[in-house]
Ligand binder design. Structure first.
Ligand SMILES: Cc1ncc(COP(=O)(O)O)c(C=O)c1O
Length: 373
């Protein structure tokens, strides 16, 4: 390793940002090595034509690796689109609830699913099946609490609420035959899922799967045949039916980075079962430290619904929270300030956050409580 790289590495912090978020170091190193001259092409990935063979190979390899990792059945299309998680909030009702008299059924469990519901509602297609707001978005519903719509053409839920730090640990039981649509923006590829349980899974890439600019849509092909009021870019089938599934210029560099993240998950981690075990261990280390000082720290999530990806907690006062964040930063523990809507702290411990980073934070959590408790 050259001196410049080791210095840059030494200066890196543990970045607990909710997204864009920390990336695996081997991925960053590979990007660096290939940046100026991608595999003998004489140019960087950013400069490759999206219709050229070199980029088409990158796109195919990213899709192939994702299909292998997630065990995606052949009857699902994998689309690489733009617009972030937020554009999906509009594309979903336009494509999947266009037929007269149908709605999308929404489990509103936190800030992100609330946005999804509101966008569908603005199109006259949102039905609120459960509202977690009276519970401060601190817990998830039991199946008995959900009021499903009789005319739902899909059920939408958010598997991990990035701001409120709650996560589904099993799939909600939608009414028979109604496809489940999952916003998996902050837990895609953090654990195995049975793709066949879903009509569609989507995620923006900048948390667990890569960098900002790419949104991954995994959709069962029969859903592409539904009556739609979407046109142009907003129509899923326009993407799926285009040559090489490229309706327009895709986010080329983010697709390349996601391919490298998938390669890291396959070759260095050993797949999603293994990744899930590591993620469970990391979350246990942090929650244990918080629970040891239960009077001092107040975790937001109900115990059974705690997220393994985003750990939201606070102390008794906003001043103490600010001090926690500032002191942690001096210990090279970065981006721990909670979302402005919830306050307190939030530690995002996605796939790429190493156990050593979580252990360093857990140690700081204990020290801070001892000094200030
Ligand atoms: C669960 C979830 N859904 C959707 C989004 C929105 O993604 P984007 O900012 O890419 O539109 C986010 C972003 O933080 C998120 O955490």
């Amino acid at each position: 390793m050259n001196v410049a790289l080791s210095t840059a590495q030494d200066q890196r912090v543990y970045n607990f940002s909710a997204g864009p978020a920390t990336l695996p170091l081997p991925v960053l190193e590979e990007i660096k090595d290939e940046l100026l001259n991608y595999r003998g092409s004489g140019m960087s990935v950013m400069e490759l034509s999206h219709r050229g063979q070199t980029f088409i190979e990158i796109q195919r390899e990213t899709e192939r690796r994702m299909r292998e990792l997630m065990n995606i059945p052949a009857e699902y299309s994998v689309l690489f689109v733009q617009g972030g998680g937020r554009l999906q909030n509009v594309m979903i009702p336009l494509n999947l609830a266009a037929a007269e008299g149908t709605v999308g059924d929404y489990l509103v469990t936190g800030a992100w699913s609330k946005y999804s519901f509101q966008d569908a509602q603005a199109l006259g297609r949102g039905h609120l099946a459960w509202d977690g707001a009276p519970h401060r978005f601190a817990r998830l519903p039991s199946n008995e609490e959900i009021a499903w719509a009789p005319n739902a053409s899909y059920v939408h839920f958010t598997s991990n609420e990035t701001i409120h730090g709650i996560q589904f640990h099993s799939v909600p039981q939608a009414p028979r035959g109604v496809p489940l649509i999952c916003d998996s923006s902050s837990d895609l590829m953090s654990r195995p899922v049975r793709v066949a349980d879903y009509g569609m899974i989507y995620a923006c890439a900048q948390k667990n799967a890569g960098i900002a600019g790419l949104t991954i849509v995994i959709i069962r092909r029969d859903l592409l045949e539904r009556v739609t009021s979407a046109s142009g870019y907003l129509h899923y089938r326009a993407h799926a039916d285009s040559e090489d599934q490229m309706y327009n210029t895709p986010p080329t560099f983010p697709i390349y980075v996601t391919g490298l993240v998938c390669k890291w998950l396959q070759d260095e981690i050993g797949g999603l079962e293994r990744m899930a075990a590591i993620n469970r261990d990391k979350a246990a280390v942090l929650y244990r430290a918080l629970d040891e000082h239960a009077g001092f720290y107040i975790p937001h999530a109900a115990r059974n619904d705690r997220s393994l990806m985003n750990v939201a907690f606070r102390t008794a006062s906003p001043e103490l929270d600010d001090r926690f964040v500032a002191e942690a930063r001096r210990h090279r523990l970065s981006d721990l300030k909670g979302h402005r809507s919830l306050g307190g702290m939030r530690a995002s411990i996605y796939n790429a956050m190493p156990l050593a980073g979580v252990e360093a934070l857990a140690q700081f959590v204990r020290d801070f409580a001892q000094r200030n408790g």
